[in-house]
Design a protein around this ligand. Sequence first.
Ligand SMILES: O=c1nc[nH]c2c1ncn2[C@H]1C[C@H](O)[C@@H](COP(=O)(O)OP(=O)(O)OP(=O)(O)O)O1
Ligand SMILES: [Mg+2]
Length: 198
Amino acid sequence: MKELLIATKNKGKAEEFKVFFERYGIIAKSLLDLQEDLPDIEETGETFEENAALKSEGIAKILNIPVLADDSGLVIDALGGKPGIYSARYAGEPKDDKKNIEKVLRELGDLPVEKRTARFVCVLSLSIPGNSTIYKKGTCEGVIGFEEKGIHGFGYDPIFIPEGYNQTLAELGPDEKNKISHRANAIKQLEEWIQNQQ
Ligand SMILES: O=c1nc[nH]c2c1ncn2[C@H]1C[C@H](O)[C@@H](COP(=O)(O)OP(=O)(O)OP(=O)(O)O)O1
Ligand SMILES: [Mg+2]
């Protein structure tokens, strides 16, 4: 069975990647699975693509193996696209999902549902030593709810209601989320590459 390293320290993402890649007979390991503690990579880019590449190229260079990275975030129309690439640290350091959610809900206030449109964006970058990095993007459209609901998932899942549903991703749970999420859609784009590896 092949392995692929995902350059993430986010437990929620790592778990989703394990489930996705199992389908292809690939064991997805994250930085949390490694013995050595690799340096934290500063996400100083101005786009999801730049930040993903900083992570995948940075780790691929250190270990000299193929590395996949995920840079993702929540783009809210009424906030001019914020928190966007700043989603993880929207309410400041250290990153805190609960504080980030509270800040978003505070900023949206009682805006009506038709003005609460948003999308999750996921950019995957795959860096194979000696090759140029490839990028795949996935999105998931929805609206921001009025309060936190549900216990599954991570990040902004308790306030994100995907299009066509009336529950948050945190209420829907992993099986449903993994069919429709931005990350699932980005991974579908990677399928062709994966199939060529086997
Ligand atoms: O499916 C998702 N469900 C809920 N929230 C999500 C999702 N996907 C991204 N998000 C939020 C979490 C975090 O606030 C930011 C990602 O920031 P991002 O820098 O890509 O990830 P991170 O710092 O948590 O881990 P790492 O950089 O080690 O991969 O967007
Ligand atoms: Mg990050």
